[in-house]
Write a protein that binds this ligand. Structure first.
Ligand SMILES: Nc1ncnc2c1ncn2[C@@H]1O[C@H](COP(=O)(O)OP(=O)(O)OP(=O)(O)O)[C@@H](O)[C@H]1O
Length: 367
C-alpha cells in the first residue's frame, strides 16, 4: 500500500492529497486537464522538491519532515506518452538495459514480458523503425523489466490514434491480469479507464474527490458531475455465450441475455461492458413491438434530477445501471426508489471500445 499525505503550493495551484493507493491491479487517476494528475505522479516519484508531508510504501518511508528518498531509490517505473526508448539500441538491447539494472523486487521475467506484450518479432529492430503502438509496447516492457514496486503511467496512449489505441489496450489488459505489477494510470479518457482499471480515483483542483472500486464509483450518481454528462455510465459484467449467425454476439448478464454487435472473444469470456447513461431508456412495463433487443428487468434505486434531465440509478440483478432521461419522463412514469421497470439498451449503442476483459488480477507475489 502506498500512503500519500502531502501538500504542494504553486502560485495558482495547490495539491492537497491524503490518500492510500492499492498495491495491486490498475488504479486510474482521472480528472480534467490541469487537475493535478501529473503533478501528483511527480510528487510520488520524488521529483517535486517543494512538496511537504509524508509518503510511505508500507513501512518504507520515502518522505517525511526529516528525510527524502531520492527518486531512483523508490523502486518505481515510469511510462510517458513520449516513449523515451534509446534510439541507438535495438528493442532487445533496450529491454536488457532495464533487466540488468532491475530492482531487487519480485517482478516479471524477460520471457514473461516478451510474451505478454508480444515483443518477440520486434527484438532485432531499432525504435525508429517501429509504429507508435509498437514503441509504446517496448517502453512498457522496458519499464516492467526494471521490476518496479509500482508502475506510474502518465497518459501512455495519448499520442496514439484510436486504431493504435484499440490495438494496445488488450496488451495492457493482459499485463493487468498476468504480470501483477501494480499500476497507477493517469488518463482523461474514460473509455480507456473503464477498460483497464479496477480502482478509480477522481481528482479535481488538486484534491481527490472520490476513490473506490471502479464498478462502484461509476454506478454512483454522486460522481456524475466530476465525470461530465457524456462520460457518465456504469459497467456491467457479462459472459459471452454464443455467436449468432446474423452477426450478433449473445451475452449473459445478471438479469438475462443481451445482444451486442459481434465481439471477437472466445465463448465463455468474462467481459466488462460500459453502458453510457445517455444510451439507456426506461419503461414501466415490458415493451412489445420494439426494435431494441436488450430489455433488462430492473428496479429503481435512486433518482437525481438536474434541471431538465434526471439520472436514474437502477439495480439489474447484481449489476447497477445508470440511465439519463428527461425529468418530464421521470415524473410521467412516476419513478421512485423501489419502482420495478425495464432498462432498454439499443444493441448498436455499445461501441467496441467499451467492451473489455473483466479484470482477473493475480497477486504481485505470484511471480
Ligand atoms: N512547475 C510549475 N509551476 C507552477 N505551476 C505548475 C507547475 N507545474 C504544474 N503547474 C500547474 O499545476 C496544475 C496541475 O498541473 P498538472 O500537469 O498536474 O495537471 P494534469 O491534471 O496532469 O493536466 P493534463 O491532463 O493537462 O496533463 C496546472 O494548473 C499547472 O499549470
Amino acid at each position: 500500500m502506498l500512503n500519500v499525505d502531502i501538500t504542494l503550493n504553486y502560485k495558482d495551484f495547490a495539491l492537497n492529497i491524503a490518500q492510500s493507493f492499492p498495491a495491486s491491479g490498475v488504479t486510474a487517476l482521472f480528472g480534467r486537464s490541469g487537475s493535478g494528475k501529473s503533478t501528483l505522479l511527480r510528487v510520488i516519484a520524488g521529483l517535486e522538491l517543494n512538496a511537504t508531508g509524508r509518503i510511505a510504501w508500507g513501512d518504507d518511508v520515502w518522505q517525511d519532515a526529516r528525510h527524502r528518498t531520492p527518486p531512483h531509490k523508490r523502486g518505481l517505473g515510469y511510462v510517458f506518452q513520449d516513449t523515451r526508448l534509446f534510439p541507438h539500441l535495438t528493442v532487445a538491447q533496450n529491454l536488457s538495459y532495464a533487466d540488468k539494472r532491475a530492482q531487487n523486487h519480485p517482478g516479471p521475467s524477460m520471457d514473461d514480458v516478451i510474451t505478454a506484450l508480444d515483443l518477440a518479432p520486434l527484438l532485432p529492430r531499432h525504435p525508429a523503425t517501429l509504429s507508435g503502438g509498437e514503441q509504446s509496447r517496448c517502453a512498457i516492457g522496458r519499464a516492467l523489466l526494471t521490476r518496479p514496486r509500482m508502475l506510474l503511467m502518465d497518459e501512455p496512449l495519448a499520442a496514439l490514434d484510436a486504431t493504435r489505441k484499440a490495438e494496445i489496450l488488450p496488451y495492457l489488459e493482459r499485463l493487468r491480469d498476468n504480470i501483477g505489477t501494480p499500476i497507477l494510470y493517469v488518463s482523461h479518457q474514460m473509455a480507456e479507464v473503464t477498460r483497464l482499471a479496477n480502482h478509480l480515483m477522481l481528482i479535481d483542483k488538486g484534491q481527490i474527490t472520490h476513490a473506490g472500486p471502479l464498478e462502484t464509483l461509476l454506478a454512483d450518481p454522486a460522481t456524475a458531475p466530476a465525470l461530465g454528462a457524456r462520460d457518465v455510465g456504469a459497467v456491467i459484467t457479462a459472459t459471452l455465450t454464443a455467436q449468432d449467425s446474423d452477426g450478433l454476439s449473445r451475452l449473459t448478464c445478471a438479469t438475462g441475455p443481451i445482444y451486442l454487435p459481434h465481439i471477437d472473444a472466445p465463448l465463455g469470456a468474462r467481459l466488462r461492458i460500459r453502458i453510457l447513461a445517455q444510451d439507456v431508456i426506461i419503461a414501466r412495463t415490458a415493451p412489445t413491438g420494439l426494435s431494441a433487443l436488450n430489455i433488462l428487468p430492473a428496479t429503481v434505486t435512486s433518482l437525481h434530477p438536474d434541471g431538465a434531465s434526471t439520472l436514474v440509478q437502477l439495480h439489474a440483478g447484481t449489476d447497477q445501471i445508470l440511465a439519463r432521461i428527461t425529468t418530464r419522463s421521470a415524473t410521467a412514469l412516476a419513478l421512485a426508489p423501489g419502482t420495478p421497470c425495464f432498462a432498454i439498451l439499443k444493441t448498436a449503442a455499445v461501441a467496441p471500445a467499451h467492451i473489455g476483459d473483466q479484470p482477473n488480477l493475480v497477486p504481485h507475489t505470484k511471480l
